[in-house]
Ligand binder design. Structure first.
Ligand SMILES: Cc1cc2nc3c(=O)[nH]c(=O)nc-3n(C[C@H](O)[C@H](O)[C@H](O)COP(=O)(O)OP(=O)(O)OC[C@H]3O[C@@H](n4cnc5c(N)ncnc54)[C@H](O)[C@@H]3O)c2cc1C
Length: 495
C-alpha cells in the first residue's frame, strides 16, 4: 500500500544546468558548447534529430535538385556535343539517394550528441509547466537556463475545401517515389519554386499558383520576371494573382479554383503541394505557463540577444521570427553561446541578411533589394550585368540570368546584391564578405579575381555603377534608364 502511494506521488523533478527544446540547427550545436563548458544538459526532441533542414528541408531538397540538374543537363546533351537515348527519372532511385543523405546527416548529429559526456537526449514532446520547468515523456525537468529551438512547419490555412482534399507538404514531397502526372504547386516562393522546377525536370507537368501578382514577390520585379521566364522556358505554367483559392477532390486528383467567384478558372492536377509559408511550432509548447510572450503569428518575442520575456529563457532559430534559414538558426546559436559563455555582446541586429534560392540557375542574395534601397531615400548607385557577358557562364552553356548591385553613393558601401545565374549561390559571398567587413566598394573594384569564374565579373559590375535616379520601387526593366538595364533584358527575351 505504501509502495502504491509512493508510485502515485509525482516523481521528483530532474535538475539540469540547461534544457534545450528541439534538436535542430541551433539546439544541437548549442548542446555541444554547453557540454564543453561542463554543464549538464537535457536536449529534448519529439521527432527526428537534426530537425527540418536535415530531414525534410535543405538536405533532401538540395539532393533532389542535384538529381534534377543532372537529368536536365543530360537531356541537353546535344548542346554540349553528345547524344543520349531517351532519358527518364527513376524516382525511387532519387528517393533512395535522398534517404541516404538524410540518414547519414541525422546519424552524424545523433552520434555527436551521444558522444557528449554531459548531454542527455530525451525523446518526446516538451511542454512548459513553469518558467524554468518542462514536462516530457512523463518526467518533469527543471533548469535555470532553457533554450527553445522548436522550428516551424508548413502552414496549412483554412482555405475553402482544403481539408477535404488530399495535399502534400515539403515533408511528403521529399519522400515521394511516384511521379505526379501533374503537380500543382500552391505558392510561388522559395520552397514552391524549387519543387516546381525539380519535378518539371523529373517529367511532371507543373503549374504554379501564386496569390501575388508575381513570383517570389519579396525580390525585385526584374528578378521575379527573370525567374518566371526561366521556369516558363522549361514548360512550367505560372498563374499569378490567384487572390482566393479553393480546393476540391477531382477524378484526376485535385482541382484548385483560382478565385472564389462562380465560374472561376480551375486548374486540375494529380497532386497538389502546399508551399504557402511556415508556421512556428509554438502553439503546443505551454508558453503561457512560462510567461514567454509571442506575437499574433506565434513567433516568440525576443530581444537583440535572443532572450525571451522570461529571464533565463532564450528562443533560437525559425521560432523567433528573426530568420528562416539554417544559417540564421546556427548564427542564433553562435550569438547565444558567445554572450553566455565567452562574455561577448553579440546581437542579432548585427546580422547581414543573405540567402539563396536553389533553382537552376540559383539566385544568391545579400542585403537590400533595389526596391528596399530606394525606400531608404539614400542617394544610390546601381549596376546590372547579364550572365551572357560572364565568360564562365557562356562556356558552361548556362547564361540565363543577371547580376545586380546597389550601393550608397555617399558612403560607397554596398547595400545589396542579387546574382541570378550559374554559381550565383557561391559568387554572392564575395559581396557578402565585403559587406560584412564594412569596407567601401572600391576595395572590391581593385581585387584581382580568378579567371574564368562568375565572381570575376563582380569588379566589372562595380565599375559599371551609375547614379540611380530617385524613383518609386522599380516595376520592371521597361521603366529603367536604357543604359545597362536594357542590356540585361536580352537573354530573357531570347529564351
Ligand atoms: C523544403 C525546405 C527547404 C529548405 N531549404 C533551405 C536551404 O536550402 N537553406 C537554408 O538555409 N534553409 C532552408 N530551409 C529552412 C531550414 O530548414 C530552417 O530554417 C532550419 O531547419 C531552422 O532550424 P531550427 O533549428 O530553427 O528548427 P528545426 O531545424 O526545424 O528544428 C526544430 C526541432 O524541434 C523539434 N520540436 C518542435 N517542437 C518540439 C517540442 N515541443 N518538443 C520537442 N521537440 C520539438 C522538431 O521536431 C525539430 O526537430 C528549408 C526549409 C524547407 C521546409
Amino acid at each position: 500500500m505504501t509502495n502504491g502511494a509512493q508510485d502515485l506521488a509525482p516523481a521528483a523533478a530532474r535538475q539540469f544546468d540547461a534544457i534545450i527544446i528541439g534538436a535542430g540547427q541551433a539546439g544541437a550545436p548549442l548542446a555541444g558548447r554547453l557540454d564543453a563548458a561542463g554543464m549538464s544538459v537535457a536536449i529534448i526532441e519529439r521527432r527526428l534529430v537534426g530537425g527540418t533542414c536535415v530531414n525534410t528541408g535543405c538536405k533532401p531538397t538540395k539532393t533532389m535538385v542535384a538529381s534534377a540538374y543532372a537529368l536536365h543537363t543530360a537531356r541537353r546533351g546535344r548542346d554540349y556535343g553528345f547524344t543520349t537515348g531517351e532519358l527518364s527519372v527513376d524516382l525511387p532511385g532519387v528517393a533512395e539517394r535522398t534517404r541516404k543523405v538524410i540518414l547519414d546527416s541525422r546519424t552524424g548529429v545523433e552520434e555527436r550528441l551521444a558522444g557528449m559526456a554531459n548531454v542527455q537526449l530525451i525523446r518526446g514532446h516538451a511542454r512548459f509547466d513553469g518558467p524554468h520547468a518542462v514536462t516530457v515523456a512523463g518526467q518533469r525537468l527543471t533548469a535555470p537556463r532553457i533554450f527553445i529551438d522548436v522550428g516551424a512547419r508548413a502552414s496549412v490555412p483554412d482555405l475553402p475545401g482544403l481539408h477535404e482534399t488530399p495535399f502534400l507538404t515539403n515533408t511528403e514531397m521529399v519522400a515521394l517515389d511516384v511521379l505526379p502526372d501533374h503537380l500543382i504547386v500552391v505558392g510561388g516562393s522559395y520552397i514552391g519554386l524549387e519543387f516546381a522546377q525539380m519535378f518539371r525536370r523529373f517529367g511532371s507537368a507543373v503549374t504554379i499558383i501564386e496569390r501575388a501578382d508575381r513570383l517570389i514577390a519579396r525580390e525585385d520585379p526584374d528578378v521575379s520576371q527573370a525567374i518566371r521566364e526561366i521556369l516558363k522556358a522549361e514548360g512550367v505554367t505560372v498563374r499569378t494573382g490567384a487572390r482566393c483559392m479553393s480546393f476540391a477532390p477531382h477524378e484526376e486528383g485535385v482541382a484548385v479554383s483560382l478565385d472564389c467567384s462562380e465560374g472561376a478558372s480551375v486548374v486540375t492536377g494529380s497532386h497538389v503541394l502546399l508551399a504557402i509559408g511556415r508556421r512556428p511550432n509554438t502553439d503546443d509548447l505551454g508558453l503561457a505557463a512560462a510567461g514567454v510572450a509571442c506575437d499574433e503569428r506565434g513567433y516568440i518575442t525576443v530581444d537583440d540577444h535572443l532572450q525571451t520575456t522570461t529571464p533565463g529563457v532564450w528562443a533560437l532559430g525559425d521560432c523567433n521570427g528573426r530568420g528562416a534559414f539554417t544559417h540564421t538558426a546556427y548564427n542564433d546559436f553562435e550569438i547565444v553561446a558567445a554572450n553566455l559563455l565567452d562574455g561577448d555582446d553579440r546581437r542579432v541586429s548585427d546580422r547581414l541578411p543573405g540567402y539563396a534560392l536553389f533553382i537552376d540557375p540559383p539566385l544568391g542574395r545579400v542585403g537590400l533589394t533595389e526596391a528596399e534601397a530606394v525606400k531608404t531615400g539614400r542617394p544610390l548607385l546601381c549596376a546590372t550585368l547579364p550572365m551572357t557577358q560572364v565568360g564562365r557562364a557562356v562556356e558552361k552553356g548556362e547564361s540565363n540570368g543577371f547580376m545586380k548591385v546597389v550601393a550608397d553613393a555617399e558612403t560607397r558601401r554596398i547595400l545589396g546584391a542579387a546574382i541570378l545565374g550559374t554559381g550565383g549561390d557561391e559568387a554572392i559571398h564575395g559581396i557578402l564578405d565585403m559587406m560584412s567587413a564594412d569596407e567601401p566598394l572600391d576595395k572590391l573594384r581593385w581585387a584581382v579575381p580568378i579567371h574564368p569564374t562568375v565572381s570575376e565579373l563582380i569588379p566589372t559590375l562595380l565599375q559599371d555603377l551609375a547614379p540611380a535616379p530617385a524613383r518609386e520601387a522599380p516595376a520592371g526593366h521597361a521603366q529603367r534608364p536604357a543604359r545597362g538595364w536594357k542590356r540585361t533584358l536580352e537573354p530573357w527575351r531570347s529564351l
